[in-house]
Design a protein around this ligand. Structure first.
Ligand code: TRP
Ligand code: ZN
Length: 877
């Protein structure tokens, strides 16, 4: 475990390596405790490097065995080897071959970084800095080499031997061993290296690329899970087709392998030709996976596949450029999902996720630019900001340049940088050049952290029939950034007449406007719409064209007009959320909300509107989250008061919409037999959201309906939403339902995760006591990331009422758990710790308790990882 109080790494310190490693020839003799890794590297000194300069390679917890240069063993004095570095003191002046042999212990590797065992199978995770836990190397993304990998293992226990690239040869050896050799012809950085050895089942499919290359697609899973992998295979094939059609990108090897493992720190990893997945993002059948799970599988399979071009063929120069691959690849997977499903529903879901994960990050102590310029621990920068805001920046580019203009820039990027380790500047230059538009101001989006706030005020001139909008942009200080510059903000817009119809205008002045997009460039700008009638209402930020907050001078009736009539699905939904948010803020501070009745009327009209998609209507029934309201309550955020306000609003909605709920519940029929497609999923989602409202009805009949919904469920979406309602509203019979669910799924960990989550997220439970009780369950384990996340995320994220219990018990508990998890898996511990990212917005009593809990981490008697130290220190700063 890295515990040093180590230094910051700075972007400005970037320097090329002194030597170039062009070829790597690896031999793995796999053993659970003593795996031997022989690493033969072809190395050349750069011209700029003085002859004789010491060659320094990275290592981490390595046991050195031996080293040779050009086949000659090295003597003492010629090198220095420690657990975390290898130094060749007397390197030859010309090209040479350096062979280093190390020993590693996969079974002791609980960090899940490097080579480790998952359910008895060997697998690797090298991003960001895991390769150095396997062998000494230039473990940085700008060091590209061609890898050959030979794996030797016991044949009976590990019949499947996989590595990157194409298979070369394989065969039997003595004493029950066998081997396989793989060659990856594409130069790649070490973080994309992968190896798998195990006893696995396989699902295969052939694929022919647009240019006629035949590719064998394989998904490897634990025996028995093969039938649960067919949906992932279908997603993979659709992703490959889509990337050919939409971006002209083809696959480039003879095989594409995916392996699903049950112990994994994140979602999945895009290793060249050998993607490794958290099995949660591969395995699906209707009994175990919800519609959200199916959607997650589609997203992650596509995401990792798309990395083959955005990440692998073109990689990052250094880790500061992480968003170059992650933001862009998230953008690509979101575009894919939008093309495969409903674009406006996808957009709303993505924005919801952005606002609940990235906006809080950007407005708290962990705020950082999409392209940071310093870090202590790179694993802590795989953040919502880098991924989600990074994707939004690509989306803004597409909005500014148009779909075709964006594609032109991408084409140039692929053409110019294929095979490179590139930077954000390289990326932006391609768009500036291909579009002939200066993007210098746009580039600020990559460098300035925080969410801009747009303040909009109106003035109508009756004589001239002109509406003026004065828009100012503000960007509050964030850690390390006091002063900010105005940015280029694309605002997609429309106007609504009083009647709700789209209002035409004769001209616009005061800003550059392309189609229906305003290019906001100044700190304050006044935009005038000519030839418009009095009382028309501006609809700004359609499709959420920029990741900003808006504070407008619209009154609640104008917001209701947008909610009822905006032709842009996203803006309609956003207007609804804004009105609901206003109501919740008022209720939570004990005020009246006079717009409540008009709101529930308008909501009823939307929910009863059969021309709207089911999934859209379901989203409209989801009221704003605590995170949505926190910015409006900063410094006095009382989670209990917000909880009560939400309950009150939901009760009002139930009262007004009950007849509608009953009709929809009985009339909407999702496809039978089960189909995971977007339309059926939408129907289930609408019905299940209605079920969650019926749980708070005071009518016994509705409670019985929820119980029936649980008992009759033929798919996980229905079953789990009924269970959640039963548990959260403590409806008679909920204990029995919990037991039935457990019995039914006790052999399927991914299904039991939902059983843990349903209870951990219950606002009516005992809090910490209940968590402690759940953690005693034989199915639970603190060593498995999926289990830990299934217990803690629903509590810290999904249960704001009890996570923020006024006595501080949950904060204390979490800090203690973080310390325990840290001893085994620092990456996981740091992620759990992110739960404190908004503590400064809390009301004073809770704020004080949260601070104490954070401080207790730094005061702990144990040595703590750099991962949790970094997060804690930044939180407290
Ligand atoms: N690059 C991966 C992705 O987003 C994610 C990733 C980064 C990861 N670091 C990891 C996965 C560590 C597992 C473990 O596609
Ligand atoms: Zn990624």
């Amino acid at each position: 475990m890295k515990t040093d109080l180590s230094n910051y790494v700075y972007l400005k310190d970037y320097q090329k390596t002194e030597y170039v490693i062009s070829e790597v020839d690896l031999v793995f003799k796999l053993d659970p405790e003593k795996t031997i890794v022989q690493n033969k590297m072809r190395i050349e000194r750069r011209h700029q490097t003085d002859a004789g300069t010491t060659l320094v390679l990275d290592g981490d917890e390595l046991t050195f065995i031996s080293a040779q240069v050009n086949g000659q063993s090295l003597n003492e004095g010629q090198f220095e080897a420690s657990a975390n570095s290898f130094r060749l003191l007397t390197p030859p002046a010309d090209e040479f071959e350096l062979t280093i042999t190390t020993q590693v212990n996969p079974s002791a590797n609980t960090q899940l970084s490097g080579l480790y065992l998952s359910s008895g199978n060997y697998c690797t995770q090298c991003e960001a800095e895991g390769f150095r836990r396997i062998t000494y190397f230039y473990d940085r993304p700008d060091s590209l080499a061609i890898y050959k990998t030979r794996i030797e293992a016991l044949k009976a226990k590990y019949p499947v031997l996989l590595a990157n690239g194409n298979p070369l040869t394989s065969g039997d050896m003595d004493a029950g061993y066998h081997f396989a050799e793989w060659l990856d012809p594409h130069p790649k950085p070490s973080y994309l290296f992968a190896l798998v050895a195990g006893d696995l089942g396989r699902v295969s499919a052939p694929y022919t690329t647009a240019s006629g290359r035949n590719v064998a697609l394989n998904i490897y899973v634990e025996h028995g899970n093969e039938p649960r992998s067919t949906y992932a295979m279908d997603c993979l094939i659709r992703s490959m087709k889509w990337d050919e059609e939409r971006f002209g990108r083809e696959y480039d090897l003879d095989v594409f392998n995916i392996v699903a493992v049950s112990d994994f720190n994140m979602g999945a990893m895009e290793n060249k030709g050998l993607n490794i997945f958290n099995d949660k993002y591969i395995l699906a059948d209707p009994k175990v996976a919800t519609d959200a799970d199916y959607e997650g599988i589609e997203t992650v399979v596509a995401h990792e596949y798309f990395h083959n071009w955005t990440g692998n063929r073109i990689t990052c120069r250094d880790w500061f450029q992480l968003c170059l691959k992650e933001g862009l690849t998230v953008f690509r997977d979101q575009e894919f999902s939008s093309d495969e499903r409903s674009r406006s529903v996808q957009r709303i879901q993505n924005v919801r996720s952005l606002k609940s994960r990235q906006f809080p990050e950007d407005s708290g102590p962990l705020a950082h630019p999409v392209r940071p310029d310093t870090y202590k621990e790179i694993n802590n920068f795989y953040t919502a900001t880098v991924y989600q805001k990074g994707s939004e920046l690509c989306g803004m580019l597409q909005t500014l340049l148009g779909i075709d203009g964006f594609r032109k820039g991408m084409d140039l990027y692929f053409e110019r940088h294929d095979g490179d380790a590139a930077t954000i500047e390289d990326f932006l230059a391609c768009f500036a050049e291909s579009s002939q538009i200066n993007l210098d101001q746009f580039a600020l989006w990559y460098h300035q952290s925080g969410t801009p706030l747009l303040k909009v005020t109106r003035l109508y001139n009756r004589d001239r029939q002109e509406l003026s909008l004065t828009i100012s942009q503000e960007l509050a200080p964030t850690p390390g950034q006091e002063k900010k510059e105005p940015m280029l903000i694309p605002i997609r817009f429309g106007l609504l007449a009083k009647t709700g119809d789209e209002q035409a205008f004769s001209a616009i002045r005061g800003a550059k406007v392309k189609d229906d997009v305003i290019w906001l460039e100044n700190a304050t700008q006044t935009i005038v719409f000519e030839g418009v009638s009095e009382g028309c209402v501006p609809s700004l930020l359609r499709g959420f064209s920029a990741p900003v907050n808006i504070e407008s001078d619209l009154n609640s009736f104008e917001k209701l007009l947008l909610m009822q009539h905006d032709c842009d699905g996203f803006s309609k939904w956003q207007a609804l959320q804004d009105v609901a948010g206003d109501i919740l803020v008022k209720l939570s501070v004990g005020q009246e909300a006079p717009e409540l009745d008009a709101f529930t009327e308008a909501l009823a009209a939307i929910i009863g509107d059969d021309s709207l998609e089911y999934a859209f209507r379901a989203l409209c029934l989801q009221m704003p989250s605590h995170d949505d309201l926190v910015p409006h309550l900063s410094g006095k955020y009382d989670p209990e008061a917000v909880y009560q306000a939400k309950l009150k609003l939901r009760k009002q909605i139930t009262k007004r919409l009950l007849p509608l709920f009953e009709t929809i519940y009985s009339e909407v029929k999702p496809a039978s037999p089960f189909n995971p497609d977007a339309t059926s999923a939408g129907a289930r989602s609408l019905r299940n959201t209605i079920v969650s409202y019926l749980g708070i009805s005071s009518d016994q009949r509705h409670h019985e309906l929820v119980v029936k919904h649980f008992e009759n469920a033929d798919n996980m979406s229905d079953q789990i939403s009924a269970l959640i309602t039963l548990v959260h509203d403590q409806i008679t019979g909920y204990e029995v339902a919990l037991q039935q669910f457990y019995e039914m799924h006790k052999n399927t960990p991914l299904a039991l995760d939902k059983w843990f989550a349903a209870q951990a997220s219950s606002p009516t439970s005992s809090g910490v006591e209940m968590l402690e009780c759940l953690a005693q369950d034989p199915a639970f384990s603190w060593g498995t990331p999926n289990r830990v996340r299934a217990l803690l995320d629903p509590f810290t994220i999904g249960n704001p009422r009890l996570f923020n219990k006024a006595d501080g018990s949950s904060y204390k508990y979490l800090a203690q758990k973080v310390l325990e998890i840290d001893t085994k898996n620092p990456q996981l511990a740091a992620r759990v710790l992110n739960a404190f990212r908004s503590w400064q917005h809390l009301e004073p009593t809770r704020r004080q308790l949260a601070r104490q809990a954070l401080a207790s981490i730094l005061d702990a008697k144990q040595a703590i990882s750099i991962d949790i130290r970094d997060i804690t220190e930044r939180c407290l700063q």
